[in-house]
Design a protein around this ligand. Structure first.
Ligand code: PSV
Ligand code: MN
Ligand code: MN
Length: 386
């Protein structure tokens, strides 16, 4: 039997971080479809993130992306976020948009380009000091397109050297989260293509370096929950970038493509003792054709639903069936939890938290969408590439 009160209590502590870039305009390499009312600055992105938290109760922080979210005074931005009811979370670095990075950033063959990239990462840690952020999330677009283009092994050495310099700059409470991605923009080799490479670098660096699992960054058919179980077992799982994929790095709403996979991942998190603040639950999504704020609210709710189902797994019954070699019985225990309609439970949890039981409807009624369309006119709209 699962303890329903404990499940509710756990759900109330969940925190899903939303990404500043999901609030801005984004698109594919073919077209960016501009939406009315989209934030024109980091300050306005924070306003929108605060709405997501207000209506869900479980999205208390917003991740920044530097330099997209450049401001003069980061402490003031942190204070502004607090006044809005959220806080600034993970700092994401960006070493992929300058011309200098055509052949890579921290793995580039030219030491001057590597210096520029590492300096940017160090600057990100300065920003973390000002914002009070715990985590620096590193994703590198580095790699090669053609066999022989560069020395693949030397690139690993350059990567290790750059990471070590940044790691040494971290404060006591700060962490480095290293994100892997199978391919894109590089197509032949990617310098951090998989969890094993990320794990090896993190292991070499030390306890403050952890792997981040972006659910969209694997080959089709990859058993992501196995990776999660392994990283948790090694105490090296730093967090997630949740999103959905059908084909590659699609960045669609979490839980939209494969809610069963999200449940299986969350089960391993719960099973592995990862349902703590040590594991950061983040979204990494782009809403190109759908309204952004409701899409982010929906994504947060999808993560909550997967979590609720994972918490509902009758672990005693599962352990018994597993120990008895009862294949079908064990599978049935897991499926019983997955097949539970957790929406009434989550409505009750929200009511107890003082949040509207139906966040989507509450947001629609709030008038925020109309207000930002009316007020946010003119200026540069901020988003991917801004
Ligand atoms: C690029 O693939 C990417 O989507 C990575 O997942 C990063 O986390 C994100 O961009 C932000 O840099
Ligand atoms: Mn990501
Ligand atoms: Mn990605």
């Amino acid at each position: 039997m699962t303890d329903l009160a404990a499940v509710k209590a756990a759900l109330k502590t969940q925190a899903v971080e939303t990404p500043s870039w999901a609030y801005g305009n984004s698109g594919t390499r073919f077209k960016v479809f501009a939406q009315a009312g989209v934030p024109r600055s980091p300050w306005e992105k924070i306003q929108d993130a605060a709405r997501v938290h207000a209506f869900t109760g479980v999205a208390p922080s917003v991740a920044l992306h530097i330099p997209w979210d450049t401001v003069e005074d980061y402490a003031a931005l942190a204070k502004y976020a607090e006044d809005q009811g959220v806080r600034l979370g993970t700092i994401n670095s960006n070493t992929f948009q300058d011309d200098a990075y055509k052949l890579g950033s921290v793995c580039h063959p030219d030491a001057a380009v590597r210096r520029k990239a590492v300096d940017h990462l160090l600057r990100c840690v300065d920003i973390m000091d000002a914002t009070g952020s715990r985590d620096l999330k590193l994703w590198f677009a580095d790699g090669t397109n053609y066999p022989g283009q560069d020395d693949v092994r030397a690139r690993q050495d350059r990567l290790a050297e750059g990471l070590a310099e940044v790691y040494a700059r971290l404060g006591e409470e700060q962490r480095m989260l290293l994100e892997y991605k199978l391919f894109e923009p590089a197509f032949y080799t990617t310098d951090v293509p998989d969890w094993g490479t990320a794990y090896a670098h993190c292991l070499g660096l030390g306890d403050k370096a952890r792997v981040v699992v972006d659910t969209g960054h694997h080959a089709p058919g990859t058993n992501i929950e196995f990776i999660v179980a392994t990283l948790l077992r090694e105490d090296k799982l730093g967090g997630f970038d949740f999103n959905s994929r059908f084909y590659a790095d699609d960045d669609l709403m979490a839980g939209a493509a494969d809610p069963f996979q999200l449940f299986r991942i969350m089960y391993e998190v719960v099973r592995g003792g990862g349902f703590t603040s040590e594991v950061a639950f983040m979204l990494d999504q782009c809403h190109n054709i759908e309204p952004k704020i409701p899409a982010i609210i929906r994504s947060v709710m999808n993560v909550q639903e997967a979590t609720a189902k994972a918490l509902l797994v009758d672990r005693d019954a599962l352990a018994k069936a597993q120990a008895a070699g009862d294949v079908l019985g064990a599978n049935a225990v897991l499926m019983d939890a997955y097949d539970t309609d957790v929406r009434p439970l989550l409505r009750a949890v929200r009511e107890e938290m003082g949040v509207d039981p139906d966040p989507m409807a509450a947001y629609a009624r709030s008038g925020w969408a109309e207000k930002i369309v009316a007020e946010r006119v003119g200026g540069e709209q901020a988003g991917w590439g801004a």
